[in-house]
Design a protein around this ligand. Sequence first.
Ligand code: AMP
Length: 282
Amino acid sequence: MKIIDNIKELKENIKSLNGSIGLVPTMGALHDGHKSLIDKAVKENDNVIVSIFVNPIQFCAGEDLDKYPRQLQLDAKLCEEAGVKIIFAPKVNEMYDDDKNNLTLICPSYSVVDKLCGKSRPGHFDGVCSVVAKLFNLTKAHKAYFGQKDAQQLFIIQKMVRDLNFDIEIIPCPIVREKDNLAMSSRNKYLTQKDRLDALNISKALFEAKKLAQTNTATKRAIIDNSLSLMKDLNVEYIEFVDKNTFMEQDEIDKNTLVLIAARTKETNTRLIDNILLWELV
Ligand code: AMP
């Protein structure tokens, strides 16, 4: 496995690869959620590239860009053992011009982008789409793997690929959870013991929502009330019900309902997201 930090070397190495290329874009601090994407990519491709890049332009002012966990050596071990060919871990100035106000960006501009995470993180999806597009161009990957944990991001990237005719297949991967159902996240490292206990109520709310929905008597209002009472020790940013195919908000639940939650823990103000399909069979 090679660890490459510059574009020139990446391009040279990609030229010498034979067969298909799978890309797993990440911000590092890899956990079993990332590993599930990597394992799937290794199964389905001759070569796998994992990018590890804490992308500054997808963070808003006041967010955790500086303290975001960085652990390249540990990440490299996980990747090597999983069968990855190349880690691409560029420095910021390798990816972007020094003047951050003077960049060519991809700025999706339809309503889904301003909802959910887009509401509290203005410009976030511009940063995500721009870096992902660069990684698609740089790696010439045939397939790219994204987690359903970031469901809105996955939706927006799938649409970008359709709208801009990228020659790449997007492979959605299921959410990987801890034994107690907390969705795995690099940001879980920030949590104090109390935060972690409180954070558990996010997945608890989602799993109870699913149970309630499957009784066929629960309303959206009843599910929201139940969720909010479970999450009373968190600062809930949103709990939204959307159609999984359009990301349009739903007034009533149905077979396509995706419930999404974003909430912050009280002790460390860690922002966590999670989601569930109400009728998906687990
Ligand atoms: P990140 O490093 O947080 O930007 O995530 C990189 C990729 O891993 C994204 O496609 C995420 O959706 C995916 N991912 C992160 N956590 C999980 C998880 N718990 N289960 C599945 N995929 C995940």
